[in-house]
Design a protein around this ligand. Structure first.
Ligand code: HEM
Length: 538
């Protein structure tokens, strides 16, 4: 039997051996780990270098994470950064989203590329399934979401109805009623109280009411006294936001949440359901009215016109989706255009004086908004710098080569950046960053547009999918701007940060807090007409 000291010595030795072995194993393990780390770092550096080369002067597209880290680094000035990146890369660069995100393609600000995608090779660039599946709960098969024959049928109906004399007359009247019956009294109250208001919020309420009146012939009531919460408007906003969030969430995440009906996906089903219920109810009530009265002659909104004059076989689903798409298209775009326009005027008093002179000259005539060429030019110029839809995209059906030589593979996206095109010195000259409405006027001071290329000004899109609401939007913006500027001066509350929000619509991130002061009484509350035949831009 061993003695205790001998046993202790043996146990100590075993422990020391154990510790030494463990240390040796650790060193080997560590060596293996550091080899792996070095190998991973080399691989990462190689693929990063390769990505750098592939980026062709454009921003870095990282392994695994794609362009996401680069975008994150520029979240605060994403639009200006994007315009600069496009300029540095010669107008086009490739991008890729996160692995598993399913998004890749090219971003361009080259007008010839945009023309190719939107017009010359239109058939190869539908909105595509990527867009459709993200908006289907809200939009169904509506014009905004549709391609092929479904799109063509709605486009034909929309163009015919929206450009009809009755609709133009009706929409001009509804705009007048809303401006003078709701908006101006609100601004008068505010100016008397010396109160501060978020102009963007007021304008968003105005355009929501306006588009609901035009599409459905209903009063949404967003601008009613006390600026109430309107459940339909809230549901619409929520459904739009949640649909858009699918564009920045990897599909395997949002699709899993959709399958499980949890989180934002559940909220989307609820919000889109409320919007569709409201639309379905309106369609069915209007159909009943038509059946009872035999006609809807007292009504000229889009829904009533479609029910009366279009193919009588239009299903309720077609009418519902059609109207919802219209509300989405016309809801925020013109309010966002207007808020930047008013802001730019406060920064350019010389332009504001000329706009006022234009409005006063029209007041001396027959108060026709079509006469206000300078105002038209100022709005157009403002949207060049702040396009309400700053970027848009189409999806390639087949492999293709863009006019600047860029290769696009089938199912890739071509993103065209209207914000960058509007600020491109190649397209607009060395003064491209200046707010100069005169660039749109001819020698006689009439709005002349710019003949060279519709694809340098893609604010309203271009080609076969040109915005159907363009004329409506100009009438709406000019009527509102003329009434507001004729009666009030605007003061932007100092100290606020005015910058765009990252969204598919160019909202101001923090809104725009303003105070309204009154101009001379004789300028106030003048009603403007809009002759149906001649719109300045067309
Ligand atoms: C300043 C205001 C507006 C701007 C800047 C604007 C801009 C645009 C743009 C860029 C598109 C193309 C979207 C795409 O295909 O992804 C578009 C399409 C459309 N817009 Fe507008 N829009 C404005 C106002 C309106 C209004 C007020 C209405 C309705 C009354 C309207 C109705 C439509 C419709 C129905 C389409 C779809 C056309 C199609 O796909 O064939 N828009 N608009």
């Amino acid at each position: 039997m061993s003695s205790w000291p001998a046993m202790a010595a043996a146990a100590g030795w075993t422990r020391i051996r154990f510790l030494l072995d463990a240390a040796a194993r650790g060193v080997q393990e560590h060596a293996r780990l550091s080899d792996l780390a070095v190998a991973a770092a080399v691989l990462f550096a190689c693929s990063a270098a390769l990505a750098r080369l592939r980026a062709r002067g454009g921003p870095m597209v990282w392994p695994v994470l794609g362009i996401i880290p680069t975008l994150f680094a520029h979240l605060d000035d994403i639009y200006d950064w994007g315009a600069g990146a496009l300029a540095r890369s010669g107008g086009t660069f490739p991008y890729r989203g996160m692995w598993g995100g399913g998004s890749s393609g090219v971003i361009t600000s080259v007008p010839a590329n945009v023309e190719h995608v939107l017009k010359t090779n239109f058939a190869n660039y539908p909105k595509g399934p990527y867009y459709r599946e993200r908006f289907v709960e809200l939009l169904g098969d509506g014009i905004f979401n549709a391609d092929g024959d479904a799109w063509r049928a709605q486009r034909r109906a929309a163009t015919a109805e929206m450009h009809s004399a009755q609709f133009l007359d009706f929409s001009a009247r509804t705009i007048q009623e809303l401006v003078h019956g709701r908006l101006m009294p609100l601004l008068h109250r505010l100016s008397c109280q010396g109160g501060v208001v978020d102009l963007q919020e007021v304008l968003l309420r105005f355009t929501f009411d306006n588009i609901c009146a035009a599409a459905f012939g209903t009063d949404a009531g967003c601008l009613a006294e006390g600026l109430p919460d309107v459940p339909f408007a809230r549901a619409f906003e929520r459904a739009t936001e949640l649909s858009l969030s699918r564009f920045v969430t990897p599909p395997f995440i949002w699709k899993a949440k959709r399958a499980l009906r949890v989180g934002g996906e559940r909220a989307l089903v609820d919000a889109a359901g409320s919007v569709r219920d409201f639309a379905e109810k309106t369609v069915s009530e209007r159909r009943t009215e038509l059946r009872k009265l035999g006609s809807l002659h007292g009504r000229s909104d889009l829904l009533s016109r479609l029910l009366m004059y279009e193919d009588q076989s239009c299903s309720d689903e077609f009418l519902r989706d059609f109207c919802i798409s219209f509300i989405l298209a016309g809801r925020d775009t013109s309010s966002v255009a207007l808020v930047w326009f008013f802001y730019l005027l406060t920064l350019h008093p010389d332009v504001e004086s000329r706009v006022l002179a234009d409005i006063r000259a029209a007041n001396k005539g027959d108060n026709n908004t079509n006469d206000m060429h300078y105002l038209h030019a100022a709005l157009t110029e403002s949207m060049r710098l702040y396009p309400p839809v700053p970027v848009d995209f189409k999806e390639a059906l087949q492999d293709d080569v863009l006019p600047d030589g860029t290769y696009v593979r089938a199912r890739q996206r071509v993103i065209y950046n209207a914000y960058a095109i509007g600020r491109d010195p190649g397209a607009w000259g060395h003064d491209c960053l200046e707010f100069r409405p005169e660039r749109w006027l001819n020698k006689r001071g009439a709005f002349a547009g710019r003949a060279e290329s519709a694809f340098k000004y893609v604010v309203f899109n271009a080609g076969p999918r040109l915005c159907v609401g363009k004329r409506f939007a100009y009438t709406q913006m000019k009527t509102l701007a003329a009434a507001v500027l004729g009666a009030f001066s605007l003061e932007v509350v100092p100290g606020q940060v005015v910058k765009p929000k990252l969204n598919t619509t160019l909202y101001m991130k923090n809104g725009l807090m303003v105070r309204f002061g009154r101009r001379q009484p004789e300028q106030q509350n003048v009603h403007y007409s809009t002759t149906v035949a001649a719109a300045a831009e067309e």
